[in-house]
Design a protein around this ligand. Sequence first.
Ligand code: ADP
Ligand code: MG
Length: 780
Amino acid sequence: PVTRTAEIGASREKLPIVAEEQKIMEAIHNNPCVIVWGTTGSGKTTQVPQFLFEAGYGSHDSSTPGIIGITQPRRVAAVSMAKRVGEELGQYSGKVSYQIRFESTTSKDTAIKFMTDGILLREISQDFALLNYSIIIIDEAHERSVNTDILIGMLSRIVDLRKKMSSEDSEVRPLKLVIMSATLRVSDFLKNSHLFPAALPPLIQAEGRQFPVTTHFARRTERDYLEEAFRKVSRGHRKLPPGGMLVFLTGQNEIKSLLKRLHDTFRSSNRSAVDSMRVQLSASEGPLEVDDLELGTAEDADIEEEDSEDEDSEDEDSEVDFVGHDGEDEDIAFDIGEPVTASLTVHILPLYSQLPTKEQLRVFEIPPDGSRLIVLATNVAETSLTIPGIRYVFDCGRSKERVYDQSTGVQKFEVNWISKASAEQRAGRAGRTGPGHCYRLYSSAVYERDFVEHTGPEILRTPIESLVLQMKTMGLDNVVNFPFPTAPERSSILRAEKLLKNLGALTPTGRVTQLGHRLSIYPLSPRFGKMLAIGAQHDCLPYVIALVSGLAEGDIFVPENQLELNPKERGEDEVYTNDDRLEDSAREQRQKNYNRARAIFSKNDPTSDALKLLSAVCAYAYAQDGDAFCRQMFLRSKALKEVSQLRKQLSDIVRANHPQSIGPYLSRLPTPSPKQLKALNQIVAAGFIDQVAIRADLAPNPPISPRKPQRAIDVPYLALSPSSTNTTSGTTSSDPAIYMHPSSILSPLSPKSLPQYLIYSHLQQSAPSLITSSSSSEKQ
Ligand code: ADP
Ligand code: MG
């Protein structure tokens, strides 16, 4: 039996999950898979592994000798939970280990192993039957990360496999699976007979949060939530009784900036933290994880436009804690006890996933005497973690989320409202070790109106080609029939496989090639990944990076048919002129300027839209005043700013993975040589190898055209591999021919001088007539 300290014993007794021990253990005994639901703080993560340990799991002389494995979505959670469970296990503390990237404390004594889900995925690829384990616990399954979903799918099959193996070989024991969730949104697992064909798993519930948390909504939702966080945390520190603070922000830049301001404002016990703060993993620390990339947002302060004017809303009623209405309401919300004496210093620590794990773990250390711990965190701290002594949570209500643009294949990270479920999780952090308060930096009206109930599974926001490639690199051959908790569309999986084969990332039988492994590192459509992977010839890589950034962004040119519109209507912020209507002469002048700008960008290769784009991206980098340059050259400045960020980030990724292939980042590149231009055209062609069209009159069976085309855009082309072309609308018109888009560099040419082959970036069904479907073309 485990001998626990009196203190631990007493705190365990209060945990709701402990009352359910017998029920949980019986369910695990009688079923191969069990789902455990208990709100945050009910004791799932710390207690369930101990129940299992005490029942003999992980012990050599039992019928369940294999290790107890528990996955966590984040490194810092794996380490800190292993530590806590070790402490609770008294004389058996040496039996608890953790393993994260680059770090492991496992030994032959290990009975309980905490690890990130990435580690378990890798172990599965080495031993698919996971013979070292007797039971796997997937924790925080409600987060629905891609890794968690894939793990659950795989484990449902591994459980079957182990059952079969054990019936054939008495040496092999069956494997158990426990899925743990902090929200009741588990029906994707519970009612999924594809996932659990034999029998649906039972659900065991443990209710009740440990300590009460009082929630305070803001009266107003300020757009500048960082400023608001500074204001409220400062005021809170002055007014609130002792107790740690946990502040939820969206990213490391915000955290850094608030950290600095708080340090500058208050007497700080760890001033050196500001200067010594490590912000980014260096390339030498190993390959970047998707988690570590923040593509698409250079500044965290990129706040979405939102309605922040809800002063007049009916908020007051819902804010029971705000007693007065004389403008001092916030002070009253903070008036919950003896205020702090001015002598209390602050001990401020950052917490975000790019921070080295060792630094992250500092939040668990006891802060210096006479100081208040203030942790500034991303949603790393939203689940799993118990930071001792946290009494106050400040929640900005936003998080940085992965969003994926189907049409360009780019994934970005955007700041958006969190879900109501996340807001509850965040508030719950204030009640882990005592009663607490949660200060929300948004009004209850915004919460009700703009917060969704739950965030959908990440897998549906992930580029499907990247997902397929990732699964294939893990050795999963049959992605289409994989038992996803929430499956992406079958047809899009098949289309992705086909594209990956066309690009040479998969063999015809569906195995990952060397090229496939190389391009799996880029957070981009595999087309662009391939262009980067083969881009190192003739010193082309910096150009390929610039080109891919431009292609990924999409529309950087102001289209000709929008010249007449005023900038607002075009979706631009900058103002060209105050007159909405231009005089004829001015219009003429503008058209002239437009043509001149296009001609300048077309100089390098008058037949390639891709190189025209490259010229524009490269020229922008030379401009002193980017916005003025964009106005003058009819470019969309917002888009080009993003392209510049992407260029820099892609360069960093390439350098981190292949330092020898690329020099230091140069935004201003020299004009490419003719040899390089040729290579660049070939690289584009390789990325779009399945999107080649032949001029219809040269096809083996040319369609009979009623009359001779007068304009380039009327000349029919035929796609060489029609099945792989995905029209935006997904429909196929009766006319198999495709036509050049009027915005193409080739459209002013005479029909006679059009090339025999075209490479196109995408097809677009032109509404409403079926007669003129058109294609935007990237000419080779
Ligand atoms: P769950 O996984 O259900 O959210 P946990 O098992 O992580 O809950 O934690 C249950 C409780 O155990 C916490 O609410 C807290 O009171 C206590 N606890 C967990 N970790 C620590 C720790 N490091 N220090 C102090 N108390 C802790
Ligand atoms: Mg937990």
